[in-house]
Design a protein around this ligand. Structure first.
Ligand code: GTB
Length: 217
């Protein structure tokens, strides 16, 4: 039986691949592992049946036989450990790839999510206009450091790895914010990730969920 992941029945991003199932889909496509998708509504995510798998009532989840996982970092790492192609053989290089996965979610994604949440939920607050530049500066500081470390390399640490799946999908959350444009090497890094055939297949599959839900005629 192929693994089953969950994704939004109706993603607020209208199929732009910004919801976090995208990184799991991409990892599975990179290693050539077929998978099934169970679409869930916002209401169903908060029901006991879903919370038995994801205690925080979110997507994505990953179920494979007896194994049930949540947290995209853990899911992508699991996929990368079970299949060749997303983690280097060399133990030190592997440790560095895992380090970059943590950096993606802990160090880069955290301020990006804080900023996104502010834009989504605090726009009407009288202090929003003052707060946003502070949040932008926090994100920009991380992007600057990441950009300097990446330099003109194609990927974070040698060959493409699960770390790049995580980092590219984290950075994509900034599309439209205007914050990436200062860093042409990060823009090119994201574009390189998006150009990978596995990414394209994952994107098309998640986009189809949105497209199929549109009324016809
Ligand atoms: N740390 C967890 C992980 O990495 O798996 C975070 C999981 C998470 O935040 N899931 C979100 C969710 O289920 C979906 S991805 N939210 C519903 C809830 O909490 O009730 C976050 C997301 C949602 C929508 C967009 N978008 O529309 O652009 C982008 C990202």
């Amino acid at each position: 039986m192929p693994p089953v992941i969950t994704a939004f029945e109706a993603s607020p991003d209208r199929g732009r691949g910004l919801a976090r199932d995208m990184r799991v889909r991409w990892a599975l496509e990179e290693v050539g592992q077929p998978y099934e998708v169970r679409l869930v509504s916002f209401a169903a995510m908060k029901e006991p049946a879903h919370k038995a798998v994801h205690p925080f009532g979110q997507i994505p989840t990953y179920e494979e036989g007896e194994l049930a996982l949540f947290e995209t970092g853990a899911i992508v790492l699991h996929v990368a450990e079970r299949h060749p192609g997303l983690l280097p053989e060399d133990r030190d290089a592997r440790a560095r790839a895992v380090m970059w996965m943590f950096a993606a979610v802990n160090t880069i994604e955290a301020p990006i999510v804080e900023r996104s949440n502010a834009v989504l939920t605090e726009r009407d607050q009288p202090w929003h206009a003052e707060r946003l530049p502070i949040l932008d500066a926090r994100v920009d500081a991380r992007l600057g450091d990441l950009s300097r470390r990446l330099g003109d390399a194609d990927w974070l640490d040698g060959a493409f790895s699960a770390a790049d799946v995580m980092m590219v999908t984290v950075l994509r959350r900034l599309e439209g914010s205007g914050l990436l444009e200062t860093y042409p090497n990060l823009m090119a890094y994201i574009a390189r990730g998006e150009a990978r055939p596995a990414y394209q297949r994952a994107f098309a599959d998640q986009y189809a969920v949105f497209a199929d839900a549109q009324p016809t005629g």
